[in-house]
Write a protein that binds this ligand. Sequence first.
Ligand code: FAD
Length: 515
Amino acid sequence: FTTEAGLYTASDQLVVLTPDNVDRILVNSTAALVVEFYASWCGHCIAFSPVWKSLASDIKEWKPAVDLAAIDCANQDNGPICSRFGVRGYPTLKFFHSYSKPDSKGEGFNGFPRNVRGLRHKIIDKMETHEEPWPPACPPLETASKAELDNFFETNNVGHLALIFETSNSYVGREVTLDLLQYENIAVRRVLSTEDGLVAKLNVTDFPSCYLYYPSGIFTRLHVQLEARAFYTYALQRLPGVVRAGKPPPVTSDLAKNTTEDQWRPFNRSRVYMADLESTLHYSLRVELAAHPVIKGEALSTLQRYFSVLAKYFPGRPVVNNLLKSVDTWLKGEKDTELSYSSLRDALDNTAEVPNAALPEGVRWVGCQGSKPHFRRYPCGMWTLFHVLTVQAEEAAGKDPQEVLQAMRSYIHSFFGCQACATHFENMAQESMSHVGTLSSAVLWLWSHHNHVNNRLAGALSEDPHFPKIQWPSPELCPNCHGVKNGEHTWKQEELLTFLRSHFSSERLLSDYLE
Ligand code: FAD
């Protein structure tokens, strides 16, 4: 047995417990922890694991206050840990208070709900009744009174106070409070509909609704598309001056400055630029592939597959399309079992016999510019390229729904320079790519898995503070894509598909900054 054989990995936004880390994680932690003890062979555990993973990504912003963990009791190495905590049946959930002692067995989570919403509420209930010492990163979760708020700014040094008015059985206020805990310069408090003084003062009539309250006594309603957690959280995280803790605030002058080798190119964030796609092709074909002096076996079929989808679906300028088609034809005709990179490079650059065919040299990032040279650029271009290709394949009524996704999968696996990215992507592909059965589900598969990656990377060092990793598209970019069902945020698949088809369509590609 190895830990890898378990149902979770470190990229699931939860801590995978092992004999090496269990004491460090559970004993004396500043955050509370909810641990799932499971056995990887147990059917109920397998059925429950998608819920636990979704919960982990749903409450990932709460980590400094309460984190999730999992341990595979079927792994022999972990056996003594599971018996130490008195676990007999699987799955068992246990809540560990912050600053738990070494002999703590955790509190049982009996009869726990098997859905994200119910579990999230149960965790809030546990946090609210958390004994002293309170987890230091956890903001107050109790309701606020008028008297307290009158003096709020005397004792709290924040620029924004968001008040969520709600009924006593609603969890939205506490959820948004926890969603914002890693953000500075903002506090969130819940106010009950029965708090007559405040309700009357602000003339609140909708529950839930959110108001911004300022030291001068001024207040305004937060305008959101729907009165629900996801919309409040998204809007509050983006208020002026609100920044993720530990991240330097975005400095606008970073964007205008000549921080890269070229001048900043102003662009429209809601559009896709051909210059990014051509730059991606240049980097992929002339820089990334150049690291492989000899291409053979699986890598050679990958290259052929890549050119095949580029030749069929790349919505390029005629000169670029001619080049892609000529290289594709040349590759298909190659009988050798291996290829030198230099012969590929010749095919790319020495196009004297092919009329009107060329791929511009160099990169000119536009929509993929980063505020610093190490942010965005090529990986942004790669995602964009393949989103465009999935949409073009659908538009062209391609025959094989897997064609573009599998070309991407093998390119990333064989050539993408970021190996950790390639491993993560391959894990996702193994899980579900083969289930994609239509061209439109290929578009949606890539969209949803790109969002998985965004979720995992939100707040990471590689995140450009000017381009935070969000669940994309934002409510501003596609209002119709977002909905609420039973109080939970949902994506409206039909609207989303309409949006993706248009966003990545060839007609809407902008040709600014092309040579
Ligand atoms: P990106 O995530 O690159 O997105 C580019 C643009 O696409 C965005 O600006 C937005 O306009 C649009 N977009 C965003 N989300 C979606 C969506 N869901 N559907 C459609 N369009 C969308 N980095 C790591 O640190 N670890 C990893 O494991 C990792 N894995 C990667 C795997 C792959 C296959 C690729 C191509 C990249 C990976 N990266 C990884 C890089 C990372 O995902 C980003 O590409 C990089 O950090 C640059 O981010 P960005 O802000 O430009 O936005």
